[in-house]
Structure formats: structure tokens, C-alpha cells
Design a protein around this ligand. Structure first.
Ligand code: PLP
Length: 407
């Protein structure tokens, strides 16, 4: 195919079909808004699954990236560079942990946490070699590597990727009794999303995270909180665990840590846990590179002001109030935490994809997850008036699907 063909045609022919994007081609972004190549603007109600918590091209983040681009971009970890230490110290302070290991993607950080937990199990807890187990939650989403999809319950993510990595036990999310029963002398960690984002912003019952913490402490098992999507302001706190006053042993961070500019993830834990790694036992060429951590440091500075967290708290009520009228009138479920909502469309009206396409026509970008659920996660920097306009579009779009379905 000629390279003068449209970008979408080129993507369809030469790009692997592992996504099914909505029919919009974004070419420019600023704050909570993006524009297509014809100049039509859309409100970004997805924010790259929370990677854009600070909006598109946040000036302080872009400035940090520009300054670093002009100085040094990559050393690999074969040499020291002048930003890695400060970044680790600042992220350690933000998490309240002693040590940090930067990686790139969220899945890589989850893999890192799993490797660290296994090693901790063998070398500190005294689990018999090759016996370590990790308890995971039903409905989880932690990324796409072979080990991670090995304990996914989603057939779409798993099919024909076996043989699968052993050593994982799944229990129902929110069931502390089942969790306790699944732990035995081989268990090294419990891996939990404080809010299950990909599952549709599924909230655990009140007190559940505190129960997980208590059980992990009593049974000498590491509590690993995957805050890749829930962390860094989205729920109205720096970490979703904070809302229950819970401090996990290990934080897994990603997405917004890279400021919506580049991939940056990290694992944070104390020295008695992360200290099990020694040179050569784990790593990544780009992990902690100067460009990424320059942006990461600017992200941490934004979070230290408390402003993104406060915005998410302030906008929680308007978000809930804007969507609540739909429950029983086109929607069959609604969950809200901070500036983050999962809305279950009545399947009789259509699929989540139908709703996304209807919203696209009204200038709002959003993405479905699992059948008829859509997840709404605008940048935390969104103006209240823009949020309310977008929510009005959601109500209109649902009404229009209802009218078309004759209900
Ligand atoms: N963990 C959670 C909770 C996520 O939501 C995601 C991605 O959606 C990941 C891990 C994987 O992150 P990445 O896509 O950067 O590998």
C-alpha cells in the first residue's frame, strides 16, 4: 500500500489488529480537549486510562521534558545519571517507602513486583524453592505479559497464549474470608487493585482493603497494591489505599507517573523487600532513563501540591450527580470514586461500544469495557463546566439509544 494512503488505512493494513479504536483520528491535544485532523474538538473523558491525569501537554510536564531533551535522554543503567537518585528519593517520599525501582510499562512494574515477592518469599520468609504462590483477585487486570494473563479470568486476554505461568490462586474480589482461606505457607503476596479499573471501576466493599492489610500482616504475606490506574490522584487521594488508611507493603505505579508524555512505571517498597534484588537479577534498558524521570519528577511536584487530588475530590459530586439520573433510566449500575466512574448501560439499549460511538458523534471520547460498561476518567485538570457539558452529552446519548430501542 502506498504511504500516501490515509493513516488509518496504513494502520489497518500494516499494524497488528490488537485494538479496535473508535473511528476518530486525534492530531492535537491540550488540557482536557483533543482535536482531529479536520479541527473538530472532542472532550477526552478517557484520559488514556488515567495516564493523562494531568491533561494533554501540561505546561510544567512539557517544560520538564523539553529541558531534559536538550541535555540527556538515555544512559542505560550501566552508568549513573544525575536524576535517578533524586527521582527515587522523591518517589520514596511520596509513597512513604524506602526504595524505588523504576521501569517502563505498568505490566513491567507488576512483573517486577511479582519477581520481588517471590524472591522475598524464598530468601526472607523461607518458602521452599519453586513453591511460591501469589493470591490474586477475580476480575483483575494487571497488564498483558504471559505471567500476568496466566492469572487473568478474561478469555479474550488468555486464549491460545498458554502454557501459562503457575503459582497463582484467584479469589473473589472483596471476599476477605476467601482470601484468608487461600493463603498457606507457600503464599508470598496478595496482589490487589484498590479499585478494579478495567473491570469497570469496581469498588471493593468498605473495609476490604483494611482486611487485606490485616490478613497480610497476620500471615506474613506481602500486600502488593497495583495503583497503576487508581493511583496518583484519580480517586481524590494520592493512592486509593489512602482512602481506607491502608499502607501496602508494595506500591505498583505507572500510567500518570509518565505525565501522559512517556512510559514510566515504578515499584516502591521498603528495603527489607526491594533489597532482595542484586545486580543483574532484574532490570530494563530504558528503566529510569533521564527523560522519563525528568517528567516523573515534575509529576511528583504536581502531586506534592495536593491540587490534582483536591480537584478529583471536588469533582466527585458533580460527576456522580451528572450520571445518577441515568440509573433506572437507561443505566443499570453506577460506581464513582473521585473523578472516576463506571456506568453500566442497560444491555437492552445497546453495547458500551454503541454508547461510545453515540458520544463520539456528540464530541466526547470515552471507551467501553466488558460489554455494556463505560468508564469515565477525565483529566483531573478538567474545568467543571466542561465536565458538566460532557455529562450532559452522556445523558443525551443514553436517551438517544433508549429512543432508538423504543424504550
Ligand atoms: N495494572 C493496572 C491496574 C492497569 O489498569 C494496567 C493497564 O490498564 C496495567 C497494570 C498495565 O499497564 P500497561 O498497559 O502500562 O502495561
Amino acid at each position: 500500500m502506498s504511504v500516501t494512503a490515509s493513516p488509518v488505512d496504513l494502520e489497518n493494513v500494516h499494524g497488528a489488529h490488537n485494538y479496535h479504536p473508535l473511528p476518530v483520528m486525534v492530531s492535537h491535544g491540550e488540557g482536557a480537549w483533543v482535536w482531529d485532523d479536520e479541527g473538530t474538538r472532542y472532550l477526552d473523558f478517557l484520559a488514556a486510562y488515567s495516564a493523562l491525569n494531568f491533561g494533554h501537554r501540561h505546561p510544567e510536564l512539557v517544560r520538564a521534558a523539553h529541558e531534559q531533551l536538550d541535555r540527556l535522554t538515555l544512559t542505560s543503567r550501566a552508568f549513573h545519571h544525575d536524576l535517578l537518585g533524586p527521582f527515587c528519593a522523591e518517589l520514596a517520599a511520596l509513597t512513604g517507602k524506602g526504595m524505588v525501582l523504576p521501569m517502563n510499562s505498568g505490566a513491567e512494574a507488576v512483573e517486577t513486583a511479582l519477581k520481588v515477592a517471590r524472591r522475598w518469599g524464598y530468601e526472607v520468609k523461607g518458602v521452599l524453592d519453586e513453591q511460591a504462590t501469589v493470591v490474586v483477585m477475580g476480575g483483575n487486570f494487571h497488564g498483558r505479559t504471559i505471567s500476568i494473563i496466566s492469572f487473568s479470568g478474561d478469555p479474550v486476554a488468555r486464549t491460545h497464549y498458554g502454557p501459562y505461568t503457575p503459582g497463582f490462586r484467584a479469589v473473589e474480589y472483596g471476599d476477605a474470608v476467601a482470601l484468608e482461606a487461600a493463603i498457606d505457607e507457600t503464599t508470598v503476596a496478595v496482589l490487589v487493585e484498590p479499585v478494579q479499573g478495567e473491570a469497570g471501576v469496581v469498588l471493593p466493599p468498605d473495609g476490604y482493603l483494611a482486611d487485606v492489610r490485616r490478613i497480610c500482616t497476620q500471615r506474613r504475606v506481602l500486600m502488593v497494591a497495583d495503583e497503576v490506574q487508581s493511583g496518583l490522584g484519580r480517586t481524590g487521594a494520592t493512592f486509593a489505599c489512602d482512602l481506607e488508611g491502608v499502607v501496602p507493603d508494595v506500591y505498583v505505579l505507572g500510567k500518570a507517573l509518565g505525565g501522559g508524555i512517556l512510559p514510566l512505571s515504578a515499584v516502591a517498597a521498603d528495603d527489607d523487600v526491594l533489597g532482595v534484588l542484586d545486580p543483574g537479577s532484574h532490570g530494563s534498558t530504558f528503566g529510569g532513563n533521564p527523560l522519563a524521570v525528568a517528567v516523573g519528577r515534575a509529576v511528583i511536584r504536581l502531586l506534592e501540591t495536593g491540587d490534582p487530588q483536591r480537584r478529583a475530590r471536588e469533582l466527585e459530586a458533580p460527576l456522580r450527580e451528572g450520571l445518577a439520573p441515568l440509573v433506572g433510566h437507561g443505566a443499570v449500575g453506577l460506581r464513582v470514586r473521585g473523578l472516576w466512574a463506571g456506568l453500566d448501560l442497560d444491555p437492552a439499549l445497546g453495547t458500551g461500544r454503541d454508547l461510545c460511538e453515540e458520544l463520539l458523534g456528540r464530541g466526547v471520547l470515552v471507551k467501553d469495557t466488558h460489554g455494556s460498561t463505560i468508564r469515565i476518567s477525565p483529566p483531573l485538570t478538567i474545568d467543571r463546566a466542561d465536565l458538566e457539558w460532557g455529562l450532559a452529552q452522556v445523558r443525551d446519548a443514553v436517551a438517544s439509544l433508549a429512543a432508538a430501542a423504543g424504550s
